[in-house]
Design a protein around this ligand. Structure first.
Ligand SMILES: [Zn+2]
Length: 187
């Protein structure tokens, strides 16, 4: 798979941790389309999201990438459960060690935007997850009605259903239209 440029469509979650969880996806609930194809892709993503500065790159080794991808799927299981209103103790156990390790190397930063930071990207990502877990914003956490992407619904009416209306919203609309004309069975 090729590396691709990151655009604003990759940063729709309203939170750095959730944007990180959305670096893999699919048209449905499976997570097979990997966008963090190598350590360079991870660095590019982190740069675009402002989690590392240009003078820190290259930041990630391929070993770190592997660890980060494992952590990402653990965190996705946890936050997807939270979005469904479930307390997934098993998912918490899986990521707790990563978050504790990040806290162990964390440093107190300036009060804005985050109080805690860490020398390296994997720990910064873990601290972003920790911040979200402790934050009232998590009440706005939702999973896309079609795919596995997660986001904070910042809309007033809290009726946001899709990660990206032009992708998942559009696919759902086309399907509804098809069912109306041809009945419930796909071809
Ligand atoms: Zn979606």
């Amino acid at each position: 798979m090729d590396r691709r440029p990151w655009t604003e469509h990759d940063f729709i979650a309203g939170d750095p941790c959730l944007d990180f969880l959305n670096t893999i996806g699919d048209t449905g609930k499976t997570r097979t389309q990997e966008h963090l194809v190598d350590a360079q892709a991870l660095d590019d993503w982190a740069l675009a999201r402002g989690l590392i500065s240009p003078d820190e790159a290259p930041a990630s080794s391929s070993r770190e990438l592997a660890a980060v991808l494992t952590m990402r799927e653990g965190l996705h299981a946890l936050f997807a459960s939270i979005a469904r209103g479930e307390a997934n103790a098993l998912a918490w156990e899986v990521v707790r060690g990563d978050l504790a390790a990040a806290l162990a190397v964390s440093q107190l930063a300036k009060p804005s935007p985050a109080m805690l930071t860490a020398p390296r990207l994997p720990e910064r990502l873990a601290l972003a997850a920790l911040a979200l877990l402790h934050d009232g914003r998590v009440a706005r956490l939702k999973e896309c009605g079609r795919c596995s992407w997660l986001f904070l619904d910042q809309s007033k009416a809290r009726r946001r259903r899709w990660c990206r209306t032009e992708v998942c919203g559009n696919r759902a609309r086309v399907e509804r239209h098809y069912r109306k004309r041809h009945g419930p069975e796909p071809p």
